[in-house]
Design a protein around this ligand. Structure first.
Ligand code: PEP
Length: 250
């Protein structure tokens, strides 16, 4: 049985004042039936992990370097993030792949680094609008999965997030059939690589303009084990109903 996961990505948003949103989430969901993860900016991980220490809320990071330490000015390593209190890290987000020219190979090295530091790697992948319109979606997904996911991946240390680039922050979402097709394809690809039983354990998240108003419909889709949420994770007011919708889908 895969435990559902509601994950929030605050991106480059949030200051100390934003921590009250986490306190509200904890108070609203003291004993959730699902896993809840917030990935704040790195500046807030220590405080966020501290205030959520005695609660089910988990704190994650948004990126890590592929090395454990060294001369990499401005970067943060996976062991540092774990030491700060993170239990997971987003990797391969399209804003990193596009804005920082991250290749599949680099993302794979980062996922390996996360695994070595005992962080859950949340591997993001997804097609551009041009790729979808050219009917290349499944080919792109297959390439990203094969090249960004190292052999150290297990259902315990890795979560896959399908995030079509054209749906991130746009208010657009794929149809139910489109999400179902990609998630079934991901499950089958994982089965080919890791074996059917192992593949059944991997959690597959959908990400891209998940809101309180569309969450229940998305969570009803086969092989959708939760969501990676950007904008709607910034406030407890918006994220809490998404958590509730996912609990109702259990
Ligand atoms: C994201 O950044 O991973 C994301 C899905 O953003 P949004 O929910 O705002 O589309």
């Amino acid at each position: 049985m895969r435990r559902k996961l509601a994950a929030g990505n605050w991106k480059m948003n949030g200051t100390n004042a934003s921590l009250t949103e986490l306190q509200t989430l904890i108070a609203t969901h003291p004993a959730p039936q699902i896993d809840i993860l917030i990935c704040p900016p790195a500046t807030l991980i220590v405080q966020a992990a501290g205030l959520s220490a005695d609660s089910p809320l988990q704190i994650g990071a948004q990126d890590c370097h592929s090395a454990a330490s060294g001369a990499h000015t401005g970067d943060l390593s996976a062991p540092m993030l774990a030491d700060a209190g993170a239990t997971a890290v987003l990797l391969g987000h399209s804003e990193r792949r596009q804005g920082h020219n991250e290749s599949n190979g680099l993302v794979a090295d980062k996922v390996s680094a996360a695994h070595a530091a005992r962080l859950i790697a949340i591997l993001c992948l997804g097609e551009s609008l041009a790729q979808r319109e050219a009917a290349q979606t499944l080919d792109v997904i297959a390439d990203q999965l094969r090249q960004s996911l190292p052999d150290t991946a297990t259902a315990t240390n890795t979560v896959i997030a399908y995030e079509p680039i054209w749906a991130i922050g746009t208010g657009l979402t794929p149809s139910t059939a489109q999400i179902a097709e990609v998630h079934a394809f991901l499950r089958a690809q994982l089965g080919d690589r890791f074996g059917r039983d192992a593949a059944m354990g991997f959690r597959l998240l959908y990400g891209g303009s998940v809101k309180p108003g569309n969450a229940a419909d998305i969570f009803a889709i086969a092989n959708v084990d939760g969501a990676l949420v950007g904008g709607a994770s910034l406030t407890a007011h918006d994220f809490s109903p998404i958590i509730t919708a996912l609990e109702n889908a259990v």
